[in-house]
Design a protein around this ligand. Structure first.
Ligand code: ITT
Length: 192
C-alpha cells in the first residue's frame, strides 16, 4: 500500500479520513511522520487551501501528502463562513464559540439551508496533484442536537440522515459526509 502523510492538525478530520481510506493507503499523521507544522491558509478557495497544505507537507516529507480543506456554507449568509469556518468566532479555533456565533447570526432567519463542502488534495513532492470535492446538504438547526462529531455537526441537520450530524454515529456520518464524497471522488480518480 502507498504511504501517504495526512496534512492536517485536526484530529477529528484525521480520524474520519483514516476510517474512510484506511484500507486503501498506509496513512500516517503529521505526528507519526515526526513533523510539526501549521501551514498558513492564504488561498481564496477550499481547493487552493487544500493544495497549499498538501504541497507544503509533501515537500517537507518527500512523500505524497493528503489534505482536506472544508467548511460550512450557509445560503442566507452568502456562503459564509465558508473557508473561514474554523476561525469564524476568532483566530483561536473553538467549535463552541463558532456555533454560538453562527446561531446568533442566524437568529430570526427563515432560510436555514446550508451545505458542508470538502476539497481534498493528494499532492506529490514535485508539486503535481490530484484533487476532488464533495458536499452534503442540510439546514442550520435553532439549537445544538447531539454531541457526536466535531465543528458545526451538532447544529447541522443532514437531510439524508434525517438527524443532526451531532446525533449521527461516526459510521453514519462517514456514509454521506462531504469528506466521504470528496475522498471517494479522489479515490475514483486515482483508481483505488
Ligand atoms: P487543518 O487545516 O489542519 O486540516 P482545520 O480545522 O483548520 O484543520 P479547515 O481550515 O479546513 O481545517 O477548517 C475546517 C472547519 O470547518 C472545521 O474546523 C469546522 O469548523 C468546519 N468543518 C469542516 N468539516 C466539518 C465536519 O465534518 N463537521 C463539522 N464541522 C466541519
Amino acid at each position: 500500500m502507498t504511504e501517504i502523510i495526512l496534512a492536517t492538525n485536526n484530529a477529528n478530520k484525521a480520524r474520519e479520513i483514516k476510517a474512510i481510506l484506511g484500507g486503501r493507503f498506509e496513512i500516517k499523521t503529521l505526528a507519526q511522520a515526526g513533523i510539526e507544522i501549521d501551514v498558513e491558509e492564504t488561498g481564496t478557495t477550499f481547493a487552493e487551501n487544500a493544495y497549499i497544505k498538501a504541497y507544503e507537507v509533501a515537500k517537507l516529507t518527500g512523500k505524497p501528502a493528503l489534505s482536506d480543506d472544508s467548511g460550512l456554507e450557509v445560503e442566507a449568509l452568502g456562503g459564509a463562513p465558508g473557508i473561514y469556518s474554523a476561525r469564524y468566532a476568532g483566530k483561536e479555533q473553538n467549535d463552541k464559540a463558532n456555533i454560538k456565533k453562527l446561531l446568533s447570526v442566524m437568529e430570526g432567519e427563515q432560510n436555514r439551508k446550508a451545505r458542508f463542502v470538502s476539497s481534498v488534495c493528494l499532492c506529490y513532492p514535485d508539486g503535481s496533484f490530484v484533487s476532488a470535492e464533495g458536499e452534503v446538504k442540510g439546514e442550520i438547526l435553532l439549537e445544538e442536537r447531539g454531541t457526536n462529531g466535531f465543528g458545526y455537526d451538532p447544529v447541522f441537520f443532514c437531510y439524508e440522515l434525517g438527524k443532526s450530524l451531532g446525533e449521527a454515529e461516526s459510521a453514519e456520518k462517514n456514509l454521506v459526509s462531504h469528506r466521504k464524497r470528496a475522498l471517494e471522488n479522489l479515490a475514483a480518480k486515482l483508481g483505488v
